[in-house]
Design a protein around this ligand. Sequence first.
Ligand code: ADP
Ligand code: MG
Ligand code: MG
Length: 884
Amino acid sequence: SKWVYRFGGGEAEGRATDSVRLGGKGANLAEMAALGLPVPPGLTIVTDACTHYFENGRQLPDGLQSQVLDGIAAMEELTGRVFGGKSKPLLLSVRSGGRASMPGMMDTVLNLGLNDDTVQALGHDAGDARFAWDSYRRFIQMYGDVVMGLDHEVFEEILEDEKARLGHEYDTDLSAVEWQHVVTLYKQVIEEELEEVFPQDPHVQLWGAISAVFSSWMNPRAKTYRTLHRIPEEWGTAVNVQAMVFGNLGSTSATGVAFTRNPSTGEKALYGEFLVNAQGEDVVAGIRTPQSITEEGRLASGSEKPSMEKLMPEAFAEFKAICERLEKHYCDMQDMEFTIERGKLWMLQTRCGKRTTRAALKIAVDMVEEGLITEEEAVSRIEPPSLDQLLHPTIDPQVERQVLGSGLPASPGAATGEIVFTSEEAVAAEAEGRKVILVRIETSPEDIHGMHAAEAILTTRGGMTSHAAVVARGMGIPCVVGAGSMRVDARNEVLIGSGGVSLRRGEVITVDGSSGHVLKGAVPMMQPELSGDFGKLMQWADRNRRMTVRTNADTPQDARAARSFGAEGIGLCRTEHMFFEGERIHVMREMILAEDEQGRREALAKLLPMQRSDFTELFSIMHGLPVTIRLLDPPLHEFLPKTETEIADVAKAMGMPPAFLARRIDAIHEFNPMLGHRGCRLAISYPEIAEMQARAIFEAAVAAAKETGEPVELEILVPLVSLRTELDYVKGVIDQVAADVAAETGTSINYLAGTMIELPRAAIRAHVIAETADFFSFGTNDLTQTTFGMSRDDAAAFIPTYQRKGIIEHDPFISLDFDGVGELIQIAAERGRCTRNDLKLGICGEHGGDPASIWFCEDAGLDYVSCSPFRVPIARLAAAQAAI
Ligand code: ADP
Ligand code: MG
Ligand code: MG
């Protein structure tokens, strides 16, 4: 079989499209060689050879050796040099390069083939002994480190000592003789430390380096990286063996790295750095300060040191032309490595460059305008989750982070404020105009106010779907949850960081909900910029989208934010959140604790106008767009007072003895409230609650239609249905109220009545439920918890363990479990549409904002996804990508 692909001399056996076998670096070297660009000749050993190596007890495959030697013979011919030759020696670089670039893999070994003889020949040929000894010491250092396993610091120490002894500042100050001495010291330290001599035979060196590249595929760092980034072990790495060119051959030689466009701003301008008389990664190693490639870049940086454009105008002109050519060829911004040997330019690498989100947007938009790519391609190039960076303030990446602790990055963006430990304090502080961070062990619905008032939220317990996380994402405020290494000592009002630092109430911290970090003090931030590029790209995304994107919004504030992000309606309005506002909680408690229907109705009558005004406002913000309102869902005890003082306060307000109230609260207690008296079960036990809500909805719809002239597209959602008869009953209540309101106002409102599909039984019986339901909304948070039988409030305790042990890959509460929960969705969609082929289908769980889950929804034929306001742009983009 063919293990080796050659390139060089204007030809190549491989192409950029062969990266599966040649790895990214090898494939692009082949492509550049085939384009006729100046690439030193070389060969690529395919990734299959790596796989073979591990499947056969670390044996190199038969035939590999002769193919490599043939390839080297071809390099010898092209360069007029001889590998191991005592005159004109050919030196090689050995470079690893998998399909995906991967830290943890073996570093490049340069100048391979040097030994005590060839070093003389190299110096003689070049007429520069200093260069030859410099190359040799570099080789011993790299080989000693990456192949033989002696820590590179050992070598660095020796060099530092020598420089100090000789009184030199820079490596370039050392003479030939001085480098020769360093070489002796390097060889000595290898013998002393490893009890092994540095190999003099170039072939031994070569196979040592090739095996080391393969072996590095299985080193612990590479393995960890693969697990984290889900890179399969079977991929293996390729090895590139290439003729050396020398950037360290004096003042007309150099080495550098460049981007065809600015990777942080996206500006269309060549951007890069180089170093004269240097080799390999000197540029990035920070040994000397690199110089700018372009004159413009030099001026911008205010550097005195001449640019490559000035210093080496011919090489620069050629390089610039190559950059333009590569960009046109790949239709993307390129990140390149090059070397100039005595004025002659050589290309050593090209790849599509990494960039910030801002740059990615600008580059994609510019390239469409330049005619390089289509709108669809531009849309496909942006990673949807990366848009988060644009929608929230972010911590300036330049600044150093003083991390106090970290947790899960539950809601992106960063904010700074004083620590407060209670919601009341947060509210009070906001009233005084102070910025605060609400720090709690966990949050509950009662904290809504405090959460609204805070700049950010930090909890030490809970997972990505805990109350704090869900609410914060909905509000678009930064949030870190489950910071288990930190501790809240509520009694003494201190937050204790991972390192044991205590922070008192009022001390300033910064919470970074994008990374999960909690930082000490205030930190410089970058403000969001929804600039023209963002708008343009989103417009193109919208043109390519099939599903609509709605938002989960409970408050006018959420609804407005979502509209500004392009939401096309509300997919879920959770009415319960409205009952925590201001005085309402008291009325709500009155209703719940009332002794009979009469008492409940009296309290409900007080809630009606409040609910009506909520809905009127939402409808007018949504101005004719669809709005889905869910009837009361949570177990009632969530609204009840908990502490003794709270109970006393409520008892006083309700004019009943505290002990009596405590007994009523006890009676409402449930063992497993999430599976208890909630959802449609409440509407069935207490139809007066559903009646009040339906009345508020219809009266508001009438009012909004009058006000805006555009009737809202109304959808009423009945939660937690598992039986059609449940839905029949609740729908009966809704229909009756609709008829009553129509009769009273003379305006009849069109509406759909549908149900959440959030219980496995409902999914399975979807064809029957669809006889009553006008639409289904997949409530995937509950559907996940009920399908797995895993409480989403408690799952954070074991999901990470499951992931670490390889039992599950993703947290199913974050990214939809396609196999199980997903199949239930497919079943429900199919069966539901059998009964009613125009059945409207949407998703309103947290997954509605997760790109992978959105792809699934596209395939399942859903009509819309609904997500928290700040995820709306992400969902618009992901839905477009799924449809393209
Ligand atoms: P990485 O994957 O870390 O970028 P590379 O294989 O690209 O590693 O090698 C790092 C550097 O080594 C290159 O940027 C280049 O400066 C130098 N290098 C690699 N191959 C050669 C070569 N054939 N001639 C000269 N320098 C080389
Ligand atoms: Mg490297
Ligand atoms: Mg490189």
